[in-house]
Ligand binder design. Sequence first.
Ligand SMILES: Cc1ncc(COP(=O)(O)O)c(C=O)c1O
Length: 349
Amino acid sequence: MEYTISILPQKDRQVKETRSIPFGQQPTEHMFIAEYYDGQWHDSRIIPFADLTMSPFALCLHYGQTVFEGMKAFQMQDGKINIFRPEKHYDRFLKSLARMCMPEVPKGLFIEALHQLVQLDAAWLPKEADGSLYLRPFMIASEERLGVKVADKYIFMIVCTPAYQYYAKPLKVKVETDHVRAADGGTGFAKCGGNYGGAFYPTQLAREAGYDQVIWTDSKTNEYIEESGTMNVMFAIDGAIVTPPLSGTILDGVTRDSLLTLAKDNNIPIDVKRIKWKEIEDALIAGKRVEAFGVGTAAVVAPIETISISGKHYACYLGNDAVMNKLQNALYNIRRGIDPDKHNWNYIL
Ligand SMILES: Cc1ncc(COP(=O)(O)O)c(C=O)c1O
C-alpha cells in the first residue's frame, strides 16, 4: 500500500558545513510528522524543522511512553543514497512499541516517510568516508491528561542529523556490578526513553571515575556481561568472536546482527553465549589476545582500549590486524556499494 505524504519544503534552502558540530546538535531542514487519534494515523507530512507545541499535560512528559529508533543513510560510491536495513529497524520499533502499549506505524508509512525525508534533505548527507545521515524515528504519547493511563493520542516523527565518527579514540570501560540497566521481564529489549534516563546515573559515576562507558551486567548475579551504553558488546578471543545472546534485557542491535552475519561469511568463529566477566578476565590474565568492542549504529565499531574489572585495569588488543577492523571494513564496503549486498541490507533511494 502506498502512503500519501504531503511535503512543504523550506523556502530558502541552506545546507550548513557540519563537520565541526558535535553529534546530534544540527538538524537537517525538514522533519516528518503524523498524528494518531481515533485509532488511526492522520496528516502524514514533511515540513520545515521546527519546535513542537504540546500541552504540559501531554502523557509522554509524565509517564515515559516514548520509543525511538536510530539508523543511518550513506552515500554510496556511485553517488546513490542507501538507508541501511530500515526493515530490521522497523521490526525492532514494533517490538518496542508493543512493550510500551503504543500503536503500530504501518510499515509502508515508516519506509516511505524515511525515503521522502532523506531524499528531500539529501544535501545534508556528508560525503566523507566517516560521514552519514543519522535518522531518528520516534513516537511519543501526546494525549493531554494527568491521570496515569495508556495514551490514546500519539505523534510519530522522523528527524535527521549529519553524523561523523562518534568516538574520537578507543574507550576505557568499567564492568558495572553495583547498578543494573535492565532486569528480566522489564523493558531492556525495547528502545524506550526510560532505559536511557535510568542508565545516566551509573554512567555519570563511571565518567567521574575516568571511564568513557560502563559494561552492564545481569541483574540477578552481576556476573554476566550484557551490553554497553548505546552499543552491544563483542569480544574476539584469539580471533574467535564471543558475544552475549539476545535476551529480554539487551537490545537486538542491527549492527550486532550484521557483524555476526559478516563474521560467518568470512569464516570467523563465533560463540554466542552467556559470558561471565570472570571469563574475560581469565583470558586477559592468561595472556590471550582479547579484543573488546562496542557495536552500534552511532559508533559502528568502538574499540575498547582498557577494561576495568573489580578495580583492576586490563589492556585489550588494538592492532591493525584485529578481527573488529576486518568486520568493520566488510560492513563499510557493503553499505557503500563497494562489495555486493548479498543479504539485501541496502535500501537504495
Ligand atoms: C542500549 C543499546 N544497545 C545496543 C544498541 C545497538 O543497536 P544498533 O546496532 O541497532 O544501533 C543501541 C543503539 O541503538 C542501544 O541503544
